[in-house]
Design a protein around this ligand. Structure first.
Ligand SMILES: [Mg+2]
Length: 364
């Protein structure tokens, strides 16, 4: 089989918040690049990439330039194709940034092709540890909400059957520690003691602040505190991790494979979170998962549950899938949630098909 063609398109996907209907700003859109990679066997691999912001046009061109380098390569030899792309460009303009975001799209599309060629769903190709995995609602309980809105949104998520959900601290403005503390307590009051509640700081605290606030909310029983300080302050994170009983999650901002070695050796986190686009695709994500396993640590996903459900289900140390529904509108069908678990699809590859009508409407 050979790669024969490709199509990349820029899309503007509405930033809805379908889980609790709490959009941050009505009418806002998120720029996304979608890719189709075609083969002489008639099999097409699909992928999306983003985080390009105002440079999403450049990201689309980067995807096209890398895709052009894959023409006439064997899509089943994924490491060989990736090596060609890295040798051809990434040695100079990587690691990280637009290069890696573009490379990720190619890697994801190649795995989709491989799954379709072998007629197996990706989660089975990658290991197939489980056929359903826990998932948590994300994006609804944001820091910008009032306490009342946060309570209403939390109740909506419980009513929808979610058994795990994530909120945020590091509230806007200059909140007193008591305000920060109150936010997680009012949510806990609504959801009760049995729902797993995660809390994301998005790198906004200093280590000593994280230790102080972490101690103040210890009795709330958070499932994890996420990105409590700058993602590459491995020693600062390690201080927080050592000081708190609550598990510390981190890693979504880390690019590629190698910095995870530093993060894990420094004992910076208790739970390893990997973003597939910043990692470089499915291939490096799975390698990082193996590294985490060697350190006896669980691994969790970041955004794109419709794709990441395969990876988390494949690994013995996969803990839970972030159900952040940003990209759901792009597809005809996505994995369903039953009793707080995502059910793995049986279709080959990613098991996803672009919704052509939706895509036409999102064309930027
Ligand atoms: Mg996060």
């Amino acid at each position: 089989m050979k790669i024969t063609g490709f199509e990349a398109m820029t899309l503007a996907v509405p930033e809805d918040e379908p889980l609790a209907n709490m959009p941050e700003e009505a009418g806002r859109t998120r720029p996304v690049v979608a890719l189709r990679l075609r083969t002489d066997a008639g099999i097409e691999g699909i992928a999306v990439t983003f985080y390009g912001g105002k440079m999403t046009g450049s990201l689309r061109v980067a995807v096209e330039e890398l895709a052009a380098l894959t023409i006439s390569e064997d899509p089943l030899r994924i490491e060989a194709v990736i090596a060609k792309l890295v040798n051809g460009t990434g040695d100079s303009c990587g690691p990280g940034g637009i290069f890696t975001l573009a490379l990720s799209a190619i890697d994801i599309a190649l795995w989709d092709i491989k799954g379709k060629a072998l007629e197996q769903p990706l989660w089975k190709l990658l290991g197939g540890h489980r056929d359903r995995v826990p998932t948590y609602a994300s994006g609804a309980l944001r820091r910008g909400l009032t306490d009342d809105q946060a309570q209403l949104a939390a109740q909506t998520l419980v009513d929808k059957g979610f058994t795990e959900m994530k909120t945020q601290m590091a509230l806007p403005g200059n909140p007193a520690p008591a305000d920060e503390e109150r936010r997680v307590r009012v949510i806990r009051d609504v959801i009760g003691p049995d729902i797993k509640l995660m809390c994301d700081i998005n790198q906004r605290w200093r280590p000593e602040q994280a230790i102080d606030l972490g101690h103040r909310v210890e009795d709330v029983g958070l499932f994890w505190l996420e990105d409590v300080t700058a993602h590459d302050d491995y020693q600062g994170l390690a201080r927080v991790t050592a000081a708190l009983k609550t598990p510390i999650a981190g890693g979504e901002y880390v690019w590629g494979i190698k910095p995870f070695r530093q993060m894990l050796e420094a004992r910076s986190v208790d739970i390893v979170m990997v973003d597939i686009l910043r990692a470089g695709g499915v291939t490096p994500w799975m390698k990082i998962a193996g590294m985490a396993e060697a350190f006896n640590l669980p691994i969790v996903s970041h955004v794109m549950p419709e794709i990441l459900v395969h990876l988390v289900a494949a690994c013995p140390n996969g803990l839970t899938v972030e159900y952040m529904p940003w990209m759901i509108p792009l597809y005809k069908e996505t994995p369903v949630i039953e009793d707080g678990h995502l059910v793995l699809p049986s279709g080959p590859g990613l098991g996803l098909e672009f919704d052509e009508k939706a895509l036409a409407g999102f064309r930027a």
